[in-house]
Ligand binder design. Sequence first.
Ligand code: FAD
Length: 583
Amino acid sequence: MIAYLERFIHENDSESRPDDDEKDQLPNMRHSLDLQGTIDCVATGLAGKDFGGMYTCEPLALIRPANPDDVARVVKAAYRSPSLTVAARGNGHSINGQAMSGGGLVMDMRSTAGNHFEVVRINGETFVDVSGGALWEDVLKRCVLEYKLAPRSWTDYLGLTVGGTLSNAGVSGQAFRFGPQTGNVAELDVVTGKGELMTCNENENSDLFFGALGGLGQFGIVTRARVVVQSAPDMVRWIRVVYSEFEDFTRYAEWLVTRPEGKSFDYVEGFVFVNSVDDPANGWPTVPLDPDQGFDPSRIPPTAGPVLYCLEVALHYRKNDHPSKVDKDVNSLLGGLGFIEDMKFQVDVSYVDFLLRVKHAEVSARANGTWDAPHPWLNMFVSKRDIADFDRVVFKGMLKRGVGGPMLVYPLLRSKLMRAKGSKSSSQNPTSHAIAPPPGSSWGKVGLGRGKYAAGVVLKRGVFLAIILSKSIVKSLWLKWDNRTSVALPADGEIFYLVALLRFTVPYPKAPSAEKMVSQNKEIVQFCVNEGLDFKLYLPHYQSEEEWRRHFGSQWPRFVERKASFDPLAILAPGQKIFKRVS
Ligand code: FAD
């Protein structure tokens, strides 16, 4: 393994050591920067590693800024230099060196974590202003403990920074209702690649705002984010149910995510697991939520294949809700879910413990050595149109023995209309799921050309209400995944699936080598390409401009224009390998 990693590291390291010119720039710069934070050219180890454990590189210096002004000074200095690059490092939980800068400056944004924390009320909506370098787990704890508030949209694991997840999307089981974390931010402070600190939102510097959301760190360094919050529940009933057929699993999961707010669970996710007792990382033992709960294999139908499917849901409630009400609400939803009889596991936990659930997994992964081993993860968004093909070939075929860790698969919605409060689901029957109109009405929108749309609602008694809206208003009203942001999604359809292969294996030779797992990932992506599946990599990683161009598709010209406006010398986030520093 060590030999493999040395080769791997060496191959990835060739352009990433500071050269003499770069070293020469440092003494002058250090003096002129006059930072309130620190700059370290010796103990830079943290900056050369990430969670993926497959890439490493040596930066020129690791900077711990004290405030946004320090961040701006550093970027300005790099802007004036002939060749320096700057990588903001969140918590370094990238897989493929995205937060690194070989021979450049790495800014550890965690040092700015405490700079902002303020609850703001604007026009009846409540937000919390937090630092780009804050960990989501700290945001959660402060919001709940001090204000009984909480952001609406999360990631599964919260040891990630605000700036790090907003640079990608940030998804978990709440995204079907509220969209990704990038859809739950009202304003950002951003230091651009020219070293200018700018406030941006939907109306002010909007191109920077939308560009930075999902922008892979290419347009600026986020120093403050204004995040939408809501009242925090006290408790969560957390439930898992099991299916043997993928078709059933997807039908019921899609039914749940298309139900209106108040008529579904508050969290919907799912995962694939191996139909075997022998695999502690991927098999039956991974399903029960409590060590006292047994998994009774005699319940699995004899027709089941090599993998099974688990739908994971959760319902929020308050401590003073009567237990019988919680039972009734949960049972009425579970009653429609058609899972294998008696294959139901549930626990009640506090809201904070539920959101910190992966932290507990981190403790055991650290203890068994899988936290510090390489993590060749693959994350994708796959369109509903193709998810059954993906299941047939990838889950049931290539991955039928698992990946040594969770294999997530769950549906997300592109637009907002399905969550219109009070609207009825298209049917009480999960076998049909068209978009739901408001009660007693139907809606529609039609393009009028020149960026205008007419939107109409047919109300009760045939009254037709129509308004003409600009294209940008339609986009922001309709899309939870606002397509003005930089996030790339599959081309078609209202529903698409998150697929995440979260490999947690012990180091080689007790488990396959990282190289082997990377090549399996490539094989999966190649299958998707060859078969013309509608998909995008999430947390993408490419080496060439051509691949990035393909990834962004029709959004590529806009991405390039934004780069030219906000980081014309391509100083920022060089570890993404999208643009080359302009000398
Ligand atoms: P880093 O890895 O440090 O940085 C990522 C990128 O963002 C880099 O390009 C960096 O330069 C840039 N960046 C960092 N900070 C800033 C900033 N302030 N301003 C601008 N750019 C910045 N993702 C999900 O969506 N859902 C999940 O449930 C989820 N679970 C995860 C669980 C684990 C255990 C791990 C390791 C990752 C998970 N992820 C998940 C992926 C995660 O969202 C991304 O890897 C994210 O980038 C990590 O955040 P970070 O703070 O460590 O960022």
